[in-house]
Design a binder for this molecule. Structure first.
Ligand SMILES: Nc1ncnc2c1ncn2[C@@H]1O[C@H](COP(=O)(O)OP(=O)(O)OP(=O)(O)O)[C@@H](O)[C@H]1O
Length: 272
């Protein structure tokens, strides 16, 4: 399969066991199977400690599975990392403290040899997008946690990647900024056709953003249910959607899946 027709991510029979103390181990993930299509937005949701971040770290090749296989656009996770095939925005912003906001956002472009003028123009666009125009020359330790997250989000978008890995990227944002960033992310994805794997603790956030919500069970993390959210894409996901009955049905379905009740679609209930 060529890179273009490959799924964005495949996770096949993945287990992850951490060795903790002498002889003791923690099984964080158990037999995870998941395929994320190119351009698809998939959220991972589940109780604290169920392995969401572990799964993200495995996809990003920041750790390796104990068994099973992960591919990204048909390549091994390692090759995709080396080729920088995706943008990453994780909870701890991971900014370089000695670089300004602007220079942090320019970094991926710099690493790929994009010229200075183009880099600066793209960074300015993104700085405006995340509402940090007055902070472009500041350094990360001069920013609040939420602002740092916004810099990390801008950096992850710098190269218009075809895949974004986002682990609670909006966790430290106030509710207004969070909703604005969600709407921007929907817009960016429909413009660039990027696939997204998104970890969140917020059911409404998962439903607003996703094509599918993967509901995980408590440790060892297994996929308990996958809820399809058929609310359209792009302009269909405007702010009005937050008050739409289809949106509320999605929230209910994900909540019930989280609590272990059978999903409504599985019972043949039409949610539209
Ligand atoms: N490096 C590690 N060594 C040992 N155990 C680990 C390690 N990383 C994660 N774990 C354990 O694996 C389990 C899954 O952790 P993970 O951070 O993936 O959960 P999570 O679903 O992202 O949690 P949260 O929602 O609280 O962020 C937890 O029990 C955690 O303690």
């Amino acid at each position: 399969m060529s890179e273009l027709t490959s799924p964005a991510v495949t996770v096949a029979g993945v287990n992850k066991i951490f060795s903790v103390a002498k002889g003791a181990s923690v099984q964080a993930l158990s037999d995870i199977n998941l395929e994320i299509a190119a351009g698809e937005f998939v959220s991972l949701i589940g109780p604290s400690g169920c392995g969401k971040s572990t799964l993200m770290r495995l996809i990003a090749d920041l750790d390796t599975p104990t068994s099973g296989e992960i591919t990204v656009f048909g390549k091994s996770a390692k090759q995709a990392r080396l080729d920088q095939d995706y943008g990453i925005a994780f909870q701890s912003a991971g900014l370089l403290p000695w670089r300004s906001v602007q220079a942090n956002i320019e970094l991926p472009l710099e690493l790929h040899g994009v010229g200075k003028a183009e880099r600066q123009a793209r960074a300015s666009e993104l700085i405006e997008l995340v509402g940090l125009t007055d902070f472009r020359t500041r350094f990360p330790d001069q920013l609040s946690g939420g602002m740092q997250q916004r810099v990390a989000i801008a950096r992850s978008l710098a190269e218009k990647p075809q895949l974004l890995l986002m682990d609670e990227p909006f966790g430290a944002l106030d509710e207004m900024t969070r909703e604005r960033m969600q709407s921007e992310l929907v817009k960016i994805c429909s413009e660039t056709g990027a696939a997204v794997v998104f970890v969140t603790h917020s059911i409404p956030e998962a439903v607003f953003l996703s094509d599918r919500v993967v509901v995980m069970s408590p440790r060892p993390g297994e996929i308990r249910d996958i809820v399809s959210i058929d609310l359209g894409r792009g302009i269909d996901r405007g702010d009005d959607l937050r008050e739409d009955s289809g949106f509320f049905s999605g929230v209910t379905e994900v909540r019930e899946a989280l609590h272990g009740a059978p999903s409504l679609s599985k019972l043949g209930v039409d949610l539209r």
